[in-house]
Design a protein around this ligand. Sequence first.
Ligand SMILES: Cc1ncc(COP(=O)(O)O)c(C=O)c1O
Length: 442
Amino acid sequence: MTTKMAINAKDIFRNQHRLIRFIEQSIRLCSNQSLKTAQQQQQKASTPDFEITASVNTQYTHAPEPIKHDKDLGHMFKASQMAVRLATPQQLQPKPDNDEELGFGKLFTDHMLKIYYHKSLGGWQKPEITPLENLVMHPAAKVLHYAVELFEGMKAYRGVDGKIRIFRPDMNMNRMNLAAQRSGLPTFEGKEFVQCLSRLLSIDSEWVPHTEAASLYIRPTLIGIDPTLGVASSDSALLYSILSPVGSYFKTGSNGAVSLLADPSYTRAWPGGVGNRKMGSNYAPTINVQKEAAARGLQQVLWLYGEDHQLTEVGTMNIFMFYVNDQGEQELITPPLNGLILPGITRDSILAMTRQWGKFKVREATFTMPMVSELLNQGRLLELFGTGTACVVSPINRINYLGQDLYIPTMEQEKPVHELIRETLTDIQYGKVDHPWSVVID
Ligand SMILES: Cc1ncc(COP(=O)(O)O)c(C=O)c1O
């Protein structure tokens, strides 16, 4: 081998990681027709019924509770201190062939973000991005015994312009910190964490699907890892995030409406509890009830509360009802944030957006199953739907309540409000409309 050939071989060997990524990206881009379709759709100049522009009122419906950091929290982490250890070419996973068939949370990207907190070492440690790997912890770690854990659900969307966007991340950070406070876990600077997430997203950017039928789910998680059995604040914690490409809730051609089990003998949240915080401990007790719904041929659980059977949430979504009120006006209502309701980011966005439209009344108000039955009997209930990051909007067509099936005409409306809401929100998320709620990742 000549010296020149040896140098070239050395260069190729040194850069093989980049080369493999380049080849992978090229194959993926070539094989994916969806981007083209999305661009064609964007060009179809359709006039929306309601125009949402950057001038929309982007205030919170309820100003979030301010985060008060503990005096003895110690030092905070900074995104600028990030250490990055990239996956080796052998560790890189193949990306899915068909973004439309992804399902939810089954595949994960090549890297993860980790930030440890150790009070004994002065507070938050430097953030690090590493290949996706198993976590090692002491069997006494608090998360394993007392569910000292909280999480978030966010998404990165590849816009029609190819840019990657996340949606109102400041709200996820606020909700996370409130849950940390309630769990005796250390709080942190949300802005710095969003910057760390952005770095992770740019490293794994090719995992953000090139289609509007899918997105990259972001799962920030905070756990207490103190190796001690006391039910007490965590002096050691791990804040981490993994990423998972996920499909759409709505397959093309299907109306996507869900049927619900409304059984008043189960409740998800109660006054003074933590139904308004996204903690893992809220979710395990719902699994068996969900199984019961499935066994009865129903897709989700409608969570009721109280003697009057108030509707609180549906599955892991907030609930909205569109109906004709006593004054004969069309009105959109959702239960108020009374401690039983998770302050959904989709919920808040829908309230702000529909109030701005001014096309119908919008109100936060409690509503009950007897009220739903009566409105149905009088032909005044128009639509019922769940809302959340996973699905944006999930229309409801049937509720099994006290052994009776109530048929909801959500899918029978000529111009359904839930469709308009979904379109407007996804237009913002996929960058068809420029909007301050959508934050572009550099
Ligand atoms: C119980 C519950 N309600 C509502 C929501 C919807 O919240 P968001 O719109 O922020 O996704 C979620 C999902 O996070 C949830 O788990």
